[in-house]
Design a protein around this ligand. Structure first.
Ligand code: PLP
Length: 450
């Protein structure tokens, strides 16, 4: 492709495409990618980069899998579309397959995105309480720093103020508590004590808000986009205990943590919890097609079955459960099983842990947090004071990784000043050579920025 054509591509983009959550930057136009295979992407100028973020933490089996395209193609030719007011075999097969991982305890509701899956979770929770004789329960509690999506309800649950303030007022009834950010716990307090204290914030909130008004708690098994905040197991146990005590539904957002990302099929499986509702998206299809799921405990579903009381769930979306997307998701799960990608994720997490341990001595590395093939490195200006690293310092590291051919991310929360966490979430299908490259690039760049 000639330079004139590629420049034209960027210019055409500039004229017509409004980009997601990206400030306009005259000097630095968006990269136009043209090809991708495995963990590697090629841009319109022919540069190759390893995608250490799997797109938006989603291309879990890697790029360019022909058998996924074929599964979708075959289904499109056979039977293109049926609304989910009716049914079709890929939806049935996929629901059964998901239930294999979930002890057959859940009903599967299909939508299109992670935000959709969470909206459905909120609506089901509110309706469930109404039909279960507790109509006053309408509020949800989530954590500051967590991200749960961009639609109005999911954004209301999100605990990152900068994403929200220009779109307010949002949906009433969404409350927040502090996350279990163990790295910043008070001096002298153990991680366990601190996590118990943070879990108790849910109980305090429930009591202050009047316990009969609380419908649910929504949380990721570990906060991903808010800066990879991994709870101590005692935190999740305590949250489960509080949900049980107050009749509050536990909604677990597995949009990123699901499908092997943390070294188990679902992130909550690291902890002693039994979610009432689970939202899934991203890795469900490895982002080859849009599809999401809200998995709801069968005992909750019972209250929606009494059709004589008009108690069905009044929610429909046109594309959710699209047959090609369901067929593709099944093939995606088949690949994950065949290639042992969940175990591989756990193994790669251990590799990161061992081979990046030296970075703990780096003057600007405050904390390294890893669960499966998912990592956050909290960068600081000063290890003693834990003052968050400046945007300049973090931006330089990301740019240098990129110049060497590795995409990594930056996450955290801008309002609170913690936008200082380098993130890594590569395809679980990375080869050993890919992982060598990721590790050596991160080490080189950090050691060059002391
Ligand atoms: N929940 C979590 C934890 C997410 O990270 C995201 C997206 O990044 C969402 C929900 C929303 O998913 P989507 O972008 O598919 O609407």
């Amino acid at each position: 492709m000639s330079t004139i054509q590629t420049d034209t591509l960027v210019e055409r983009d500039r004229q017509n495409v409004w980009h997601h959550i990206s400030p306009y930057n005259e000097a630095s136009p968006p990269t136009v990618f043209t090809e991708a295979k495995g963990a590697w992407m090629t841009d319109h100028k022919g540069n190759k980069v390893l995608d250490g973020m799997s797109g938006l933490w989603c291309v879990n089996v890697g790029y360019g899998r022909e058998e996924l395209a074929k599964a979708a193609y075959d289904q499109m030719i056979k039977m293109t579309y049926t609304p989910m007011t009716q049914s079709h075999q890929p939806a049935i097969d996929l629901a059964e397959k998901l239930n294999e991982y979930l002890d057959d305890d859940y009903m599967i509701f299909y939508s299109n995105s992670g935000s959709d899956a969470n909206e459905v979770a909120f609506k089901i929770a509110r309706q469930y309480h109404q039909q279960n004789g507790e109509p006053s329960r309408f509020k949800f509690i989530s954590r500051y720093r967590a991200y749960h999506g961009s639609s109005m309800g999911a954004l209301s649950a999100t605990g990152q103020a900068l994403r929200k303030y220009k779109y307010e007022p949002l949906v009433p009834g969404f409350l927040h508590v502090a996350p279990p950010d163990s790295y910043r716990r008070p001096e002298g307090m153990s991680v366990e004590e601190f996590n118990i204290q943070k879990a108790q914030e849910f109980e305090e909130k429930i009591i202050w808000e009047q316990k009969e008004t609380i419908a649910g708690i929504i949380m990721e098994p570990l906060i991903t986009g808010g800066g990879v905040i991994i709870p101590h197991p005692v935190y999740m146990e305590k949250v489960q205990e509080i949900c049980n005590k107050y009749g509050v539904l536990l909604i677990i957002d597995e949009v990123i943590c699901g499908f092997g990302r943390t070294g188990k099929m679902f992130g909550h499986m690291h902890y002693k919890v039994k979610p009432d509702i689970i939202s899934m998206a991203k890795g469900l299809t490895s982002a080859y097609l849009p599809l999401s799921v809200t998995a709801v405990r069968k005992d909750i579903y019972e209250t929606f079955k009494k059709s004589e009381e008009n108690s069905h769930f009044r929610h429909v979306n046109t594309f959710g459960g699209n047959p090609a997307a369901c067929a593709l998701a099944l093939k995606n799960l088949e690949i994950m099983e065949r290639e042992n990608l969940v175990a591989r994720s756990a193994e790669l997490g251990k590799r990161l842990q061992n081979e990046l341990a030296d970075l703990n001595d780096h003057p600007h590395v405050g904390d390294i947090r890893i669960k499966g093939f998912l990592m956050g490195i909290e960068m600081v200006e000063d290890k003693e004071t834990k003052e968050p690293a400046t945007n300049e310092r973090v931006g330089k590291i990301i740019a240098e990784c990129r110049a060497k051919g590795l995409i990594i991310g930056k996450n955290g929360d801008t309002v609170a000043g913690y936008n200082n966490i380098l993130t890594l979430s590569p395809p679980l299908s990375c080869t050993d050579e890919d992982v060598d490259f990721i590790i050596s690039t991160i080490k080189d760049v950090l050691n060059h920025n002391t």
